[in-house]
Design a binder for this molecule. Structure first.
Ligand code: PRP
Ligand code: MN
Ligand code: MG
Length: 181
C-alpha cells in the first residue's frame, strides 16, 4: 500500500469516511425495505468492496447476486458501449432489486442496467452508489442512495480501477500525473 500511496495525488475519501457513510445508507435501506423481498445486485468488478461493506452494515440477512458489465475497457473515458459479461443467477421477478455500484460517472452503465432489470418484471429497481459525479452525467439516472457527490476527476481505489490496478486501495483518491505517462 505504500507503493500505491505514492501513486496518489490526493485522497478524496478515507476508509473511515466511506464506512461511516455506508453505515448511514445501510440504516436507511434497512428501514425502506422492511418487510420487502430485497435482493442486492452488485455490478462487477468495481462494486465488490461497496457490496462487502454495505451488506455487512445491514442488521439482517439479505441475498446478493452479481452482473458483470463493462463499459470502460482499459481507458479512463467511458465508451458508452455496454456488454454483459456475466448475467444474474437469480430470477428477479417480483423481487425488490437494489443495484449496488461504486460510481455513477456518465450514467450510461447504470441507465442500461436499470432498464435491463426493470424489463425482467422486478417489483422495483433502485440504485445505491458510493460515488456520483454530477458534472459528468450524460444521461439522467434516478439514484435513490448516494454516498458522496464528487468532482469530475478520475478516481481510483475502494474497487475503482485504472487499467485494473488500484482497486485494492482502502481509500478513494486521484492519481498523480506520472502514473498516466
Ligand atoms: C465503471 C464503474 C461503473 C461505471 C460507471 O465500471 O465501476 O460501473 O464504470 O461509468 P458510467 O457511469 O460512465 O457508465 P467499468 O466499466 O470500468 O468496469 P469495472 O467495474 O470492472 O471497473
Ligand atoms: Mn463498474
Ligand atoms: Mg473500471
Amino acid at each position: 500500500t505504500e507503493q500505491m500511496g505514492a501513486d496518489l495525488e490526493k485522497v478524496l475519501l478515507t476508509q473511515e469516511q466511506i464506512w461511516e457513510r455506508l453505515d448511514e445508507l445501510a440504516e436507511q435501506i434497512w428501514a425502506d425495505y422492511a418487510g420487502k423481498d430485497l435482493l442486492l445486485v452488485g455490478v462487477l468488478k468495481g462494486a465488490v468492496l461497496v457490496m462487502a461493506d454495505l451488506m455487512r452494515a445491514l442488521p439482517g440477512s439479505v441475498p446478493m447476486d452479481w452482473m458483470a458489465i463493462s463499459s470502460y475497457g482499459s481507458g479512463t473515458k467511458s465508451s458508452g458501449v455496454v456488454r454483459i459479461l456475466k448475467d444474474l443467477d437469480t430470477d428477479i421477478t417480483d423481487k425488490h432489486v437494489l443495484i449496488v455500484e461504486d460510481i455513477v460517472d456518465s450514467g450510461l452503465t447504470l441507465s442500461w442496467i436499470k432498464a435491463n432489470l426493470a424489463s425482467r418484471r422486478a417489483a422495483s429497481v433502485e440504485v445505491c452508489t458510493l460515488l456520483r459525479k454530477p458534472d459528468a452525467a450524460k444521461v439522467e439516472v434516478d439514484v435513490k442512495y448516494v454516498g458522496f457527490d464528487i468532482p469530475n476527476e478520475f478516481v481510483v481505489g475502494y474497487g475503482l480501477d485504472y487499467a485494473e490496478q488500484y482497486r485494492n486501495l482502502r481509500c478513494v483518491g486521484t492519481l498523480a500525473p506520472h502514473v498516466y505517462s
